[in-house]
Design a protein. Structure first.
Length: 373
Protein backbone atom coordinates (compact mmCIF):
# COMPACT_ATOMS: atom_id res chain seq x y z
CA UNK A 1 0.00 0.00 0.00
CA UNK A 2 1.47 3.38 -1.01
CA UNK A 3 1.54 5.95 1.77
CA UNK A 4 0.28 8.75 -0.50
CA UNK A 5 -3.04 6.92 -0.88
CA UNK A 6 -3.51 6.35 2.82
CA UNK A 7 -6.23 8.13 4.75
CA UNK A 8 -4.35 9.58 7.74
CA UNK A 9 -5.53 11.21 10.97
CA UNK A 10 -3.37 12.93 13.57
CA UNK A 11 -4.11 12.94 17.30
CA UNK A 12 -2.49 15.32 19.80
CA UNK A 13 -2.91 15.69 23.57
CA UNK A 14 -4.01 19.33 23.50
CA UNK A 15 -3.05 22.64 21.91
CA UNK A 16 -2.20 24.99 24.76
CA UNK A 17 1.54 25.69 24.60
CA UNK A 18 3.85 25.84 21.61
CA UNK A 19 6.81 23.61 22.33
CA UNK A 20 8.68 20.64 20.91
CA UNK A 21 5.60 18.40 20.79
CA UNK A 22 3.68 20.99 18.79
CA UNK A 23 6.57 21.40 16.38
CA UNK A 24 6.46 17.63 15.81
CA UNK A 25 2.73 17.86 15.16
CA UNK A 26 3.42 20.59 12.61
CA UNK A 27 6.01 18.40 10.91
CA UNK A 28 3.57 15.49 10.76
CA UNK A 29 0.93 17.78 9.29
CA UNK A 30 3.44 18.93 6.67
CA UNK A 31 3.86 15.29 5.65
CA UNK A 32 0.10 14.70 5.64
CA UNK A 33 -1.43 18.15 4.91
CA UNK A 34 -4.94 16.77 4.41
CA UNK A 35 -4.96 14.91 7.72
CA UNK A 36 -7.45 16.20 10.31
CA UNK A 37 -6.26 16.65 13.89
CA UNK A 38 -8.12 15.28 16.90
CA UNK A 39 -7.27 16.81 20.27
CA UNK A 40 -8.71 17.17 23.76
CA UNK A 41 -9.04 20.95 23.47
CA UNK A 42 -7.53 24.18 22.17
CA UNK A 43 -6.59 27.30 24.10
CA UNK A 44 -6.06 30.01 21.47
CA UNK A 45 -5.39 32.68 24.09
CA UNK A 46 -2.47 30.80 25.64
CA UNK A 47 -1.08 29.90 22.24
CA UNK A 48 -1.04 33.59 21.39
CA UNK A 49 0.30 34.33 17.93
CA UNK A 50 1.42 30.70 17.66
CA UNK A 51 -2.23 29.84 16.97
CA UNK A 52 -1.53 31.03 13.42
CA UNK A 53 0.40 27.79 12.90
CA UNK A 54 -2.81 25.80 13.30
CA UNK A 55 -5.61 28.25 12.44
CA UNK A 56 -6.35 26.80 9.02
CA UNK A 57 -6.20 23.13 9.95
CA UNK A 58 -9.19 20.84 10.29
CA UNK A 59 -9.25 20.28 14.06
CA UNK A 60 -11.75 18.32 16.14
CA UNK A 61 -12.01 18.90 19.90
CA UNK A 62 -13.29 16.41 22.49
CA UNK A 63 -16.29 16.49 24.81
CA UNK A 64 -14.03 18.02 27.46
CA UNK A 65 -14.93 21.38 25.93
CA UNK A 66 -18.50 20.98 27.24
CA UNK A 67 -17.31 21.13 30.85
CA UNK A 68 -17.39 24.63 32.42
CA UNK A 69 -13.95 26.17 33.04
CA UNK A 70 -12.24 23.23 31.32
CA UNK A 71 -9.28 25.40 30.29
CA UNK A 72 -8.44 25.97 33.95
CA UNK A 73 -9.37 22.48 35.13
CA UNK A 74 -7.85 20.34 32.37
CA UNK A 75 -4.99 19.14 34.59
CA UNK A 76 -7.13 17.62 37.40
CA UNK A 77 -9.61 16.47 34.73
CA UNK A 78 -6.90 14.31 33.18
CA UNK A 79 -8.35 11.42 35.16
CA UNK A 80 -11.03 11.36 32.43
CA UNK A 81 -8.62 12.04 29.56
CA UNK A 82 -8.73 8.52 28.04
CA UNK A 83 -12.47 8.98 27.56
CA UNK A 84 -11.94 12.22 25.61
CA UNK A 85 -10.09 10.26 22.95
CA UNK A 86 -12.19 7.09 23.12
CA UNK A 87 -15.18 9.04 21.83
CA UNK A 88 -13.56 10.03 18.55
CA UNK A 89 -14.62 7.85 15.60
CA UNK A 90 -11.54 7.18 13.45
CA UNK A 91 -12.84 4.08 11.71
CA UNK A 92 -12.56 5.63 8.25
CA UNK A 93 -8.79 6.10 8.43
CA UNK A 94 -6.03 3.72 7.33
CA UNK A 95 -3.39 5.24 9.60
CA UNK A 96 -3.64 7.16 12.87
CA UNK A 97 -0.59 8.88 14.33
CA UNK A 98 -0.88 10.05 17.93
CA UNK A 99 1.52 12.61 19.39
CA UNK A 100 1.52 12.38 23.16
CA UNK A 101 3.27 12.69 26.47
CA UNK A 102 0.86 13.45 29.29
CA UNK A 103 -2.77 13.51 28.22
CA UNK A 104 -3.51 10.06 26.81
CA UNK A 105 -3.84 10.85 23.10
CA UNK A 106 -2.60 7.30 22.60
CA UNK A 107 -5.92 6.12 24.12
CA UNK A 108 -7.52 6.66 20.73
CA UNK A 109 -9.41 3.56 19.62
CA UNK A 110 -8.98 2.14 16.13
CA UNK A 111 -10.38 -0.96 14.43
CA UNK A 112 -8.29 -3.96 13.40
CA UNK A 113 -7.67 -2.56 9.93
CA UNK A 114 -6.42 0.87 11.02
CA UNK A 115 -2.78 1.09 12.11
CA UNK A 116 -2.01 3.23 15.14
CA UNK A 117 1.48 4.71 15.45
CA UNK A 118 2.18 6.53 18.71
CA UNK A 119 4.90 9.17 18.55
CA UNK A 120 5.75 9.26 22.25
CA UNK A 121 7.57 12.31 23.58
CA UNK A 122 7.77 10.51 26.94
CA UNK A 123 5.54 8.39 29.15
CA UNK A 124 3.71 10.92 31.33
CA UNK A 125 6.32 12.46 33.62
CA UNK A 126 3.81 13.05 36.42
CA UNK A 127 2.95 9.35 36.54
CA UNK A 128 6.41 7.86 36.48
CA UNK A 129 8.42 9.90 38.99
CA UNK A 130 9.88 12.68 36.84
CA UNK A 131 9.66 16.38 37.62
CA UNK A 132 6.77 18.28 36.06
CA UNK A 133 5.90 21.85 35.11
CA UNK A 134 4.73 22.66 38.65
CA UNK A 135 5.95 21.64 42.10
CA UNK A 136 2.59 20.07 42.94
CA UNK A 137 3.99 17.92 45.76
CA UNK A 138 4.73 20.91 48.00
CA UNK A 139 1.02 21.09 48.93
CA UNK A 140 0.31 18.13 51.28
CA UNK A 141 -3.35 17.85 50.29
CA UNK A 142 -2.66 17.96 46.56
CA UNK A 143 0.24 15.55 47.06
CA UNK A 144 -2.04 13.03 48.84
CA UNK A 145 -4.86 13.05 46.30
CA UNK A 146 -2.43 13.41 43.41
CA UNK A 147 -0.63 10.23 44.52
CA UNK A 148 -3.94 8.32 44.57
CA UNK A 149 -4.94 9.56 41.13
CA UNK A 150 -1.47 8.85 39.72
CA UNK A 151 -1.58 5.28 41.03
CA UNK A 152 -4.86 4.70 39.20
CA UNK A 153 -3.63 6.42 36.03
CA UNK A 154 -0.40 4.40 35.94
CA UNK A 155 -2.49 1.23 35.71
CA UNK A 156 -4.62 2.84 33.00
CA UNK A 157 -1.54 4.13 31.17
CA UNK A 158 0.06 0.70 30.92
CA UNK A 159 -3.21 -0.89 29.80
CA UNK A 160 -3.67 1.72 27.06
CA UNK A 161 -0.06 1.41 25.92
CA UNK A 162 -0.37 -2.36 25.55
CA UNK A 163 -3.89 -2.51 24.09
CA UNK A 164 -4.36 0.64 22.01
CA UNK A 165 -0.99 1.27 20.37
CA UNK A 166 0.17 -0.70 17.35
CA UNK A 167 3.68 0.73 17.08
CA UNK A 168 5.55 3.00 19.47
CA UNK A 169 7.92 5.61 18.06
CA UNK A 170 10.18 7.31 20.60
CA UNK A 171 11.66 10.78 20.20
CA UNK A 172 14.98 9.69 21.76
CA UNK A 173 16.88 6.73 23.15
CA UNK A 174 15.99 8.09 26.60
CA UNK A 175 12.27 7.83 25.82
CA UNK A 176 12.74 4.42 24.20
CA UNK A 177 14.24 3.19 27.48
CA UNK A 178 11.29 4.60 29.43
CA UNK A 179 8.79 2.86 27.13
CA UNK A 180 10.65 -0.40 27.64
CA UNK A 181 10.84 0.12 31.42
CA UNK A 182 7.27 1.18 32.12
CA UNK A 183 5.29 -0.48 29.33
CA UNK A 184 7.58 -3.45 28.58
CA UNK A 185 7.25 -2.64 24.89
CA UNK A 186 9.73 -1.96 22.07
CA UNK A 187 9.94 1.37 20.27
CA UNK A 188 11.68 2.69 17.20
CA UNK A 189 13.57 5.95 17.64
CA UNK A 190 12.84 8.75 15.18
CA UNK A 191 14.37 11.97 16.39
CA UNK A 192 12.11 15.04 16.08
CA UNK A 193 12.69 17.53 13.28
CA UNK A 194 14.57 20.78 13.68
CA UNK A 195 12.21 23.36 12.18
CA UNK A 196 14.51 26.39 12.04
CA UNK A 197 16.49 26.93 8.84
CA UNK A 198 20.24 26.75 9.33
CA UNK A 199 22.43 29.82 9.56
CA UNK A 200 24.16 30.66 6.29
CA UNK A 201 27.06 32.33 8.07
CA UNK A 202 28.14 31.53 11.62
CA UNK A 203 29.16 34.32 13.98
CA UNK A 204 32.55 33.73 15.70
CA UNK A 205 32.14 33.08 19.43
CA UNK A 206 34.42 35.98 20.36
CA UNK A 207 31.94 38.39 18.74
CA UNK A 208 28.98 37.08 20.70
CA UNK A 209 27.63 39.12 23.57
CA UNK A 210 25.35 37.15 25.92
CA UNK A 211 24.23 33.82 27.33
CA UNK A 212 20.81 32.43 26.44
CA UNK A 213 18.04 30.47 28.14
CA UNK A 214 15.23 29.18 25.90
CA UNK A 215 12.46 27.08 27.42
CA UNK A 216 9.23 27.16 29.35
CA UNK A 217 9.53 29.02 32.63
CA UNK A 218 8.42 26.01 34.61
CA UNK A 219 9.54 24.02 37.64
CA UNK A 220 10.94 21.06 35.69
CA UNK A 221 13.07 23.34 33.47
CA UNK A 222 14.87 25.10 36.37
CA UNK A 223 15.17 28.57 34.84
CA UNK A 224 15.95 29.92 38.32
CA UNK A 225 19.38 28.26 38.13
CA UNK A 226 20.22 30.14 34.94
CA UNK A 227 19.09 33.42 36.50
CA UNK A 228 20.99 32.80 39.75
CA UNK A 229 24.14 31.84 37.86
CA UNK A 230 23.91 35.03 35.80
CA UNK A 231 23.51 37.04 39.01
CA UNK A 232 26.44 35.38 40.76
CA UNK A 233 28.84 35.54 37.81
CA UNK A 234 27.56 38.90 36.50
CA UNK A 235 26.76 37.38 33.11
CA UNK A 236 24.51 38.98 30.48
CA UNK A 237 21.61 36.54 30.11
CA UNK A 238 18.61 36.69 27.79
CA UNK A 239 15.63 34.57 28.89
CA UNK A 240 13.19 33.44 26.18
CA UNK A 241 9.94 31.81 27.27
CA UNK A 242 6.83 32.23 29.36
CA UNK A 243 5.30 30.36 32.25
CA UNK A 244 4.06 30.53 35.81
CA UNK A 245 7.54 31.28 37.16
CA UNK A 246 7.95 34.52 35.21
CA UNK A 247 7.03 36.95 38.00
CA UNK A 248 9.18 35.08 40.53
CA UNK A 249 12.13 35.07 38.14
CA UNK A 250 11.81 38.80 37.50
CA UNK A 251 11.99 39.42 41.25
CA UNK A 252 15.05 37.17 41.46
CA UNK A 253 16.89 38.60 38.46
CA UNK A 254 19.74 41.06 38.70
CA UNK A 255 20.55 43.88 36.25
CA UNK A 256 22.30 41.59 33.73
CA UNK A 257 19.18 39.48 33.05
CA UNK A 258 16.70 40.39 30.30
CA UNK A 259 13.32 38.69 29.76
CA UNK A 260 12.05 38.48 26.18
CA UNK A 261 8.76 36.55 26.56
CA UNK A 262 7.55 35.09 23.22
CA UNK A 263 9.76 35.56 20.17
CA UNK A 264 9.20 34.70 16.52
CA UNK A 265 11.27 32.03 14.79
CA UNK A 266 13.23 34.73 12.99
CA UNK A 267 13.98 36.48 16.28
CA UNK A 268 14.95 33.17 17.87
CA UNK A 269 17.37 32.42 15.05
CA UNK A 270 19.05 35.78 15.60
CA UNK A 271 19.26 35.14 19.34
CA UNK A 272 20.85 31.72 18.82
CA UNK A 273 23.28 33.11 16.26
CA UNK A 274 24.70 35.73 18.62
CA UNK A 275 24.70 33.81 21.92
CA UNK A 276 27.93 32.80 23.61
CA UNK A 277 26.27 29.64 24.95
CA UNK A 278 22.87 28.16 25.70
CA UNK A 279 22.23 27.34 29.37
CA UNK A 280 20.03 24.24 29.67
CA UNK A 281 19.60 23.20 33.33
CA UNK A 282 16.94 20.51 32.79
CA UNK A 283 17.02 17.19 34.64
CA UNK A 284 15.95 14.04 32.76
CA UNK A 285 14.90 15.92 29.62
CA UNK A 286 12.92 13.68 27.26
CA UNK A 287 14.96 14.75 24.22
CA UNK A 288 15.47 18.50 24.04
CA UNK A 289 15.13 20.15 20.64
CA UNK A 290 16.35 23.52 21.98
CA UNK A 291 19.99 22.38 22.35
CA UNK A 292 19.86 21.09 18.75
CA UNK A 293 18.55 24.44 17.56
CA UNK A 294 21.29 26.29 19.43
CA UNK A 295 24.07 24.04 18.15
CA UNK A 296 22.78 24.36 14.57
CA UNK A 297 23.82 28.02 14.87
CA UNK A 298 27.25 27.06 16.20
CA UNK A 299 26.28 27.87 19.78
CA UNK A 300 27.71 25.57 22.49
CA UNK A 301 25.36 24.17 25.12
CA UNK A 302 25.84 23.98 28.89
CA UNK A 303 23.44 21.20 29.88
CA UNK A 304 22.70 18.96 32.83
CA UNK A 305 24.19 15.50 32.31
CA UNK A 306 20.95 13.54 32.10
CA UNK A 307 18.21 12.54 29.66
CA UNK A 308 18.15 13.53 26.01
CA UNK A 309 21.13 15.94 26.04
CA UNK A 310 23.38 12.94 26.72
CA UNK A 311 22.56 11.91 23.12
CA UNK A 312 23.34 15.29 21.58
CA UNK A 313 25.82 17.22 23.75
CA UNK A 314 29.39 15.88 23.74
CA UNK A 315 31.34 17.31 26.65
CA UNK A 316 34.20 19.49 25.45
CA UNK A 317 33.21 19.14 21.77
CA UNK A 318 29.96 21.05 21.31
CA UNK A 319 29.25 22.02 24.89
CA UNK A 320 29.66 21.13 28.55
CA UNK A 321 27.71 18.63 30.67
CA UNK A 322 27.38 19.21 34.39
CA UNK A 323 26.25 17.73 37.68
CA UNK A 324 24.91 18.20 40.27
CA UNK A 325 21.78 20.13 39.30
CA UNK A 326 22.28 23.10 41.57
CA UNK A 327 23.80 26.57 41.44
CA UNK A 328 27.32 25.44 42.29
CA UNK A 329 27.18 22.72 39.63
CA UNK A 330 26.05 25.17 36.96
CA UNK A 331 28.47 27.96 37.85
CA UNK A 332 31.35 25.47 37.87
CA UNK A 333 30.28 24.31 34.40
CA UNK A 334 30.15 27.89 33.09
CA UNK A 335 33.63 28.59 34.45
CA UNK A 336 34.92 25.39 32.83
CA UNK A 337 33.22 26.34 29.56
CA UNK A 338 34.99 29.71 29.62
CA UNK A 339 38.36 27.95 29.62
CA UNK A 340 37.55 25.72 26.65
CA UNK A 341 37.79 26.49 22.94
CA UNK A 342 34.87 25.82 20.58
CA UNK A 343 34.49 26.25 16.83
CA UNK A 344 30.98 27.17 15.60
CA UNK A 345 31.37 25.20 12.37
CA UNK A 346 32.35 22.04 14.24
CA UNK A 347 29.45 22.52 16.63
CA UNK A 348 27.03 22.86 13.72
CA UNK A 349 28.45 19.76 12.03
CA UNK A 350 28.07 17.75 15.25
CA UNK A 351 24.27 17.93 14.98
CA UNK A 352 23.99 17.46 11.21
CA UNK A 353 22.05 14.20 11.55
CA UNK A 354 19.39 15.99 13.58
CA UNK A 355 19.09 19.06 11.34
CA UNK A 356 18.63 17.31 7.99
CA UNK A 357 15.36 18.86 6.83
CA UNK A 358 14.13 15.75 5.02
CA UNK A 359 15.20 13.12 7.56
CA UNK A 360 12.08 13.17 9.73
CA UNK A 361 9.69 12.92 6.79
CA UNK A 362 11.73 10.14 5.19
CA UNK A 363 11.85 8.05 8.39
CA UNK A 364 8.14 8.49 9.14
CA UNK A 365 7.14 7.50 5.59
CA UNK A 366 9.52 4.53 5.62
CA UNK A 367 8.03 3.32 8.89
CA UNK A 368 4.45 3.54 7.63
CA UNK A 369 5.28 2.06 4.22
CA UNK A 370 7.05 -0.88 5.85
CA UNK A 371 4.19 -1.60 8.25
CA UNK A 372 1.52 -1.07 5.58
CA UNK A 373 3.05 -3.32 2.92
Amino acid sequence: MRTKKLRVALVHDYLVDYGGAERVLEALHDIFPDAPVYTAFIDKQKLGWHWSHFAHWQIHQSWLTKIPFYKKLFSPLRIFAPSYFHHFDLSRYDVVISSTNAYFAKAIKVDQVTKHYCYCHTPARSLWGYSTMTDWKKNPLIKFFGALINHYLRVVDVKIARNNVGVFVANSQETRKRIAKFYRLPAQVIYPPMNLSLAKKLVPLKKRAYYLYVNRLAFSKHPELAVKAANQLHLPLKVVGTGKMLSKLKQLAGPTVTFLDFVTDEQLKELYARAKALIYPVKDEDFGIVPIEAMSFGTPVIAHASGGPLETVVDGKNGVLFTPLNLSGLTAAIKRWQKLSFTPMQIQKSVAKFTDKNRFEKEILQLIAHRSS
